[in-house]
Design a binder for this molecule. Structure first.
Ligand code: ASP
Ligand code: MG
Length: 460
């Protein structure tokens, strides 16, 4: 069995949906097709909710525009004898969506729960339509088997429950093509939730892992993972092969091709992921698989990636608090804050690490709780924070085998008048990372990319 996921641009227009139909119908065996909302629709659902919140009645014309976009697709691609039936089911959804907007507008209040409700309509609508466009398709409702729990104010997957429900749903059902709305989920009370923006990839990975798929294909609008973001770096190439850890590291460092949590479930089951382009289906794309399965010793540097808007925290330890570094890092991890880089230059007297800037308030709060006693006695000094930085990572398995790379890149950045504020050898040797001023991010990426991909082949 294959699991295919089609993103927003892939299901966004009549032309792209024709490609989707052809790609899915050309597969012989059973297929699970996970779909996003029509491209741009989730953003539009959200901006319309904000209009309603301000009691701005133009939300009604937005709703009409969304409706006609969906109906244009139905009128072009759905067989005539199925159109009326489908339209009445879409009318029912649009009626519910209108009521939700009306409620928001009357109360002039948009709670996170209402917003979760609003965005769920994107995938509910697209999946209903796509299930009618593809031959022999059966529609499934992912809120019945993708379950979340609330942690740190976010919805996290409830894996045990979801897995039980997925096995139950798909085990009792015979299908050729299963169409499943991505992204949306529900909590233990049955309230509509989701897996976070970009979460349709994750829905597909959870299903692929549970159903023991042969492959997970993520169909998008680019030819695969690139050696750097082609919008800001010139001379980039598609990366043909990545190990799971390399792909995870690239995602953690800002590569936008797939939603980072997607890799874990399939990694554990050793199911390969293909990144494919709906608009260029014959391109090989990027294949992500277990490094042990590699035929040749693939020892190339894979890519350069960056997390924009990072900040750097330095904690002095002149009073020698025991295990300061591990207490600090464990505490942040427990609070769901990901540390991007721990500086190589740490001494017993101080520790420096970088975080996404958006996490800074939560990090400071978590640390002041953890070190409450030591703050009172003056042993713990509140971190010194530097803002407006970028954390740049160079990713490859076996980073160790590139002797002198960190020094070479460090020197090169300095030669280009870029201050390196901190750098690290990644854990577990899958990356080296540099923290630079945000306004030097593009220059840093281009400089490093030119240096590496001029010297080392990307394809082995
Ligand atoms: N439609 C959702 C979003 O735009 C989920 C997804 O496309 O993966 O974030
Ligand atoms: Mg996406």
């Amino acid at each position: 069995m294959k699991v295919l996921k089609f993103g927003g641009t892939s299901v966004g227009t009549v032309e792209s949906l024709r490609n989707v139909k052809q790609i899915v119908e050309s597969i012989d065996g059973r297929v699970v097709v996970v779909v996003s909302a029509l491209g741009g629709l989730t953003d539009r659902l959200i901006s319309t909710a904000h209009m309603a919140e301000k009691a701005d009645q133009s939300y009604t014309s937005e709703l009409l525009a969304m409706k006609s976009r969906h109906y244009d697709i139905v009128n072009t691609l759905v067989p005539e004898n199925e159109r009326e039936d489908l339209k009445s089911s879409l009318d029912e959804l649009f009626g519910r969506l209108e009521n939700v907007y009306k409620g928001i507008s009357l109360l002039e209040e948009l709670s996170p729960r209402s917003l979760d409700k609003v965005v769920s309509f994107g995938e509910m609508l697209s999946s209903r339509i796509i299930a009618r466009i593809i031959d022999n398709a059966t529609l499934f409702d992912s809120t019945e088997f993708i379950k979340t729990v609330n942690r740190f104010g976010r919805h996290l997957l409830d894996s045990d429950r979801s897995n039980r429900l997925i096995s139950h749903t798909f085990g009792n059902c015979d299908f050729k093509v299963a169409v499943v709305p991505g992204f949306i989920a529900s909590d233990s009370d049955g309230i509509t939730t989701n897996l976070g923006r970009g979460g349709s990839d994750y829905t597909a990975a959870i299903l692929a892992a549970n159903l023991g798929a042969d492959v997970l294909e993520i169909w998008t609008d680019v030819d695969g993972f690139m050696t750097a973001d082609p919008r800001i770096v010139s001379g980039t190439k598609v990366i043909p092969d990545l190990s799971f850890t390399e792909a995870m590291e690239l995602c953690n460092f800002g590569a936008k091709v797939i939603y980072p949590p997607t890799i874990y479930p399939v990694f554990h089951k050793n199911i390969p992921i293909y990144i494919k382009n709906t608009f260029n289906p014959s391109a090989r794309g990027t294949c992500i698989y277990d490094i042990k399965d590699r035929k040749s010793q693939d020892n190339a540097i894979k890519g350069v990636s960056s997390i924009n808007d990072s900040c750097l925290l330095t904690v002095k330890n002149d009073r020698k608090i025991k295990n300061l570094a591990s207490r600090l890092l464990n505490n942040l991890t427990r609070n769901g804050i990901s540390v991007l880089l721990v500086s190589h230059a740490n001494t017993p007297d101080s520790i420096t690490f970088s975080l996404p800037q958006s996490d800074i308030e939560r990090a400071m709060e978590a640390l002041s709780k953890e070190f409450e006693a030591e703050l009172e006695t003056g042993e713990f000094h509140s971190p010194v924070v530097e803002m407006n930085l970028a954390t740049i990572a160079v990713v490859a398995d076996n980073m160790k085998s590139f002797a002198g790379l960190t020094d070479r890149l460090h020197r090169l950045l300095n030669e280009n008048k870029i201050d390196v504020l901190a750098y690290s050898q990644g854990q577990p040797e899958t990356s080296v990372a540099f923290v630079v001023p945000m306004d030097k991010r593009t220059l840093s990426l281009q400089t490093i990319h030119d240096e590496i991909f001029a010297m080392i082949p990307t394809v082995v």
